[in-house]
Unconditional design. Sequence first.
Length: 228
Amino acid sequence: MIVDWQALCEHPEVQRLVDLAIEEDVGPGDVTTRAIFAAPQPARARVLARAGTVVCGVPLARALFTRFDAAAALSDVTPEGAAVRSGDTLFVLAADVRAVLTAERTVLNFLSRLCGVSAAARAAVSALPPGAKARIYDTRKTTPGWRRLEKAAARTGGAHNHRFGLHDAVLIKDNHVAKAGGVGEAVRRVRARVGSTMMVEVEIDRLDQMEEAIAAGADVVLCDNFDD
């Protein structure tokens, strides 16, 4: 699935995360690299996969390297979403050696996480039988601060995005149902409040709740922890 990486890299939430990562690792400066390299010096670095994975996050790596060297350039770039094996090249970087050495760990941390999420999503999608109409969706169980990036990684791996937060979609969960007095009552209260402006999804844990949920106006029923 296509991810607009330019828009994602420019998103304020992603910018804040990158700022935090740089502040955390680089702080006021890379004392080792500064001591050894007082002047600019061209360098090339090849980034390889250490294991089989799904490529995700190279545009973010490019954006991060250019924070340290505006002239940093990537070549031999493997496309986002491509499956690679151990030893395959993700990209080749040409930049000032100081930028390469200072940004290296931060870039690899982002790439490792995003490629891992993308590979996990691809594995789940690939487990579907041929011709299946089912779709794999992600959740809100993301690393704090990483939601937009991890959801982009899930999409890169072939999964679909569920809601991004509590603000953009209705999902009535078991605790809502318990306090409202039942599935139907919870759905009716929500439907009365949001009307047709939002899709209403409700979680059930027993099959006999299905008809009650639909009759009350639920658009989607999530079967939670069903064995079959």
